[in-house]
Ligand binder design. Structure first.
Ligand code: FES
Length: 358
């Protein structure tokens, strides 16, 4: 007995050595010299088949060993379990066909294959206690190897205790009711959730696309509408004749409508009311009425116009222009800016250009 544990290589070496001595290999089983009777029955066809190799041939590899065990059919476990069945008069035990079968048989036997090999010839009664050996069924190959090492070292395999499982931390007791569940969840403000939802790239992309589409729609709608100029109507009422005394110029509508209402008798000696356009005929500036001087004076280049609109100084080339003026049936004067009358063209004689005051 030694404390040194044999390695896997040692075990395999032992297995390779033992087939020659204890005849687990097919060559040894097929040899006519010393086949045990039980083993010969268990071997069956393998035993009847001619020896494939010389009796002294030994398996060299794990595959050879496994093949020998399969060929023998009385592998440690099979040989240990099989004798019971023939003893009861039933069919002979089935040969292990695969490595899993062999490993299962070894587990059932509870002993290492090398150490159990001699038990193939042992009676069932001798095998039965080994089936309840310390090596329990369902063990892993590592455990099997460990048991084999122990047996090879002459130490009885001790029952391997299962490693203690680490204890999981105790689960905290849940709070009672929905209120407790809600209390555990962290509160999230409404604006925080809204910001998190709106700041996603997916939402921002769709929002940008929607805004651009909206502007495109507005542009198309504006394109479908006609271009209109919002201007004041050309015709507007300026009151009655009595509102404009003789010899006066009213600037009431100058700022809003660029019109002077003039009541004078200085043009051809006629007592007339007419509307003058407050636009200088030089370059379009707006002259001012100088009541003290009784003239219109243009601030741009100094053109001057009499009260009747005739130019008399400055660069203005022609008199101011009259607008259409009519007296309605209701006695209200109405100016029409769409009609213009020029003195140099003889248009001031048109009755639409003045209202004669009797
Ligand atoms: Fe009135 Fe030149 S614009 S004088």
């Amino acid at each position: 007995m030694t404390d040194k544990k044999p390695s896997t290589a040692d075990i395999m070496a032992m297995l390779r050595k033992k087939p020659g001595a204890e005849a687990p290999a097919p060559a040894a089983e097929a040899a006519p010299a010393a086949p045990p009777p039980v083993a010969a029955e268990a071997v069956g066809p393998a035993a009847e088949a001619p020896a494939p190799a010389a009796p002294a041939a030994k398996p060299k590899g794990t595959a050879d060993i496994m093949a020998a065990i399969r060929a023998k059919g009385t592998a440690p476990a099979a040989a240990a379990a099989a004798p019971a069945a023939p003893a009861a008069g039933g069919a002979p035990a089935a040969k292990p066909k695969g490595t899993s079968d062999i490993m299962a048989a070894i587990r059932a036997k509870g002993a290492a294959p090398a150490g159990a090999a001699p038990a193939a010839a042992a009676p069932a009664a001798a095998v039965a206690p080994k089936a309840a050996a310390p090596v329990a069924t369902g063990k892993s190959p590592a455990e099997m190897i460990q048991a084999m090492r122990a047996q090879a070292a002459g130490v009885a395999p001790a029952a391997t205790a299962e490693p203690a499982k680490p204890k999981l931390p105790a689960k905290p007791a849940p709070a009672a009711g929905k209120a407790g569940a809600k209390a555990e969840q962290p509160r999230r403000s409404f604006f925080g959730a809204l910001c998190a939802a709106l700041c996603t790239p997916y939402y921002m992309a769709w929002t940008t696309l929607s805004v651009i589409g909206g502007f495109w729609g507005l542009g198309i709608a504006r394109f479908m509408m006609p271009n209109t100029v919002l201007e004041l109507p050309s015709k507007f009422k300026v009151g009655s004749i009595g509102d404009y005394p003789l010899g006066t110029v009213s600037e009431k509508y100058k700022a809003a409508r660029a019109v002077w209402i003039v009541h004078t008798d200085s043009y051809d000696g006629q007592n007339l009311i007419y509307a003058l356009l407050s636009v200088c005929t030089h370059l379009g500036c707006t002259p001012s009425w100088l009541d003290a001087e009784q003239k219109f004076k243009c601030p741009c280049h100094g053109s001057g116009f009499y009260i009747n609109g005739i130019n008399f100084e400055g660069p203005a080339p022609r008199p101011l222009e009259r607008l259409g003026l009519t007296l309605g049936a209701d006695g209200v004067l109405e100016v029409d800016k769409s009609i213009k009358f020029q003195e140099e063209l003889g248009q001031w004689s048109d009755p639409k250009s003045f209202v004669k005051v009797s």
